[in-house]
Design a protein around this ligand. Structure first.
Ligand SMILES: Cc1ncc(COP(=O)(O)O)c(C=O)c1O
Length: 398
């Protein structure tokens, strides 16, 4: 498909997406709408399991299920042996973090202000157990994590730099590559939470220079819920010992010794949903076929339009930091609880999300926010849906 999307391209994609027929979906940052073909890839495999037996069907579909790994590697500019197929962002991130081993008193972790609350929880527990300090990297005037401020904070005690690339509570895009340059220069492990980025922005792990990158696949990628990708740089892998292993990730050899896999499969388990992997393979193929640069351009176009229209409603305040912005449009409406707004829109057939303090505690506290409403766009949305959302909001706020 050539850039930009034509009206016919969008209509065709929507025709192949059942969720666009009955609802107006602006909640892609929570979970997007899978295509009919992705849905079929899942249900076809479940039928094969019921008909032939799950193990037998799994063996027959092993190549297709494993395509998810190869396609994910192509999407991230990684090698297939650097990709583990996981159940979601936090699962991948948390397992990689736990695999760093014990922490020593006095060691430091540096985090961006927008770090996902689940990752922070894992870091806080390790910090509390071991006397590790967690320091927040200052942001620049636009709200983005400042690579120069990061460089000024470094010393030999820093053992991890953690960045949430695109926050859950606003449209900011953090400078992942510039931070990677600092991390590489100082040889400090660098973890990225890319839950909101993968499928929305072009991602090149080699350029970014991260050691670990984790994402869910149910968001911009439109994969099935319960799927995720964990990238681990090949040269970093040997430094990670997963806290949980099984016969797949660490099979016992002829001498009775567990042999940890040499690839990112050391983060996978023997038992998994083959049906979801088949669905994920299809979603990845679709994203690669459409082309992520085109997806990015269309999302940017739609999100800019939505921001412009929302800014014309007097009682609405836009809450997106940053200069370059994602498809996640954060706002609050004066005097209106965001959850109430969400349910009022839901009764009118429009889905949006709400982000609370636990999602991004450091940034919410820094900006004195309790909650934000978030309308997140996909390339599947069209202009008429944006008009409908804005008109409905305007009517609700009258
Ligand atoms: C930036 C970010 N990180 C992590 C997560 C959590 O992802 P998961 O539910 O797949 O663990 C989310 C979910 O919305 C998110 O927005």
């Amino acid at each position: 498909m050539s850039a930009p999307f034509t009206r016919m391209d969008v209509e065709a994609l929507r025709a192949q997406t059942p969720g666009t027929h009955g609802t107006v979906h602006f909640n892609h940052a929570s979970a997007s709408l899978p295509s009919s073909a992705t849905l079929r890839a899942i249900t076809d495999h479940l039928e094969r399991e019921a008909t032939h037996g799950p193990m037998e069907a799994g063996a027959a579909a092993a190549d297709e299920a494993d395509q998810a790994r190869t396609l994910a590697a192509a999407l991230l500019n990684a090698q297939p042996d650097e990709i583990a197929l996981t159940g979601g962002t936090s699962q991948g991130w948390g397992t990689a973090f736990a695999a760093m081993g014990e922490w020593r008193a006095g060691e430091r972790i540096l985090v961006g202000r927008h770090e996902w609350g689940g990752n922070l929880a894992a870091m806080y527990l390790a910090a509390r157990r071991n006397g590790v300090s967690i320091d927040v990297i200052p942001s620049d005037v636009s709200g983005a994590v400042d690579p120069e401020a990061l460089a000024a904070m470094l010393d030999e005690r820093v053992r991890l730099i953690a960045l949430t690339w695109l926050p859950a509570n606003g449209g900011l895009i953090n400078p992942a590559e510039a931070i990677g340059k600092v991390a590489r220069r100082h040889r400090i492990p660098y973890f990225i939470d890319a839950a909101q980025a993968v499928g929305q922005l072009p991602v090149d792990v080699a350029r970014i220079g991260c050691d670990v990158l984790s994402t869910a696949c149910r968001k911009a990628l439109r994969g099935p819920r319960g799927t995720g990708l964990l990238y681990v740089r090949r040269d970093f892998l040997h430094r990670l010992t997963p806290p949980l292993v099984d016969r797949y990730s660490a099979p016992i050899d002829a001498h009775g010794a567990p042999i940890l896999r040499e690839d990112a499969g050391r983060f996978e388990s023997a038992e998994t949903s083959v049906a979801l992997r088949c669905g994920l393979a299809n979603a990845l193929r679709e994203a690669l076929t459409i082309g992520v640069p085109d997806i990015r351009a269309r999302i940017d176009h739609l999100a800019t339009r939505l921001r412009e229209q929302l800014s014309e409603i007097p009682s609405v305040t836009l809450l997106d930091d940053g200069v370059e912005r994602s498809g996640l449009v954060a706002f609050n409406a004066a005097g209106r609880d965001a959850h109430r707004l969400q349910s009022e829109l839901a009764t009118r057939g429009i889905s949006i999300g709400v982000s609370g303090v636990p999602y991004t505690p450091l940034d919410m506290q820094a900006r004195k926010l309790n909650q934000v409403a978030r309308a997140s766009v996909s390339y599947l949305n069209d202009e008429s849906e944006i008009n409908h959302l804005v008109d409905t909001l305007r009517a609700l706020m009258r």
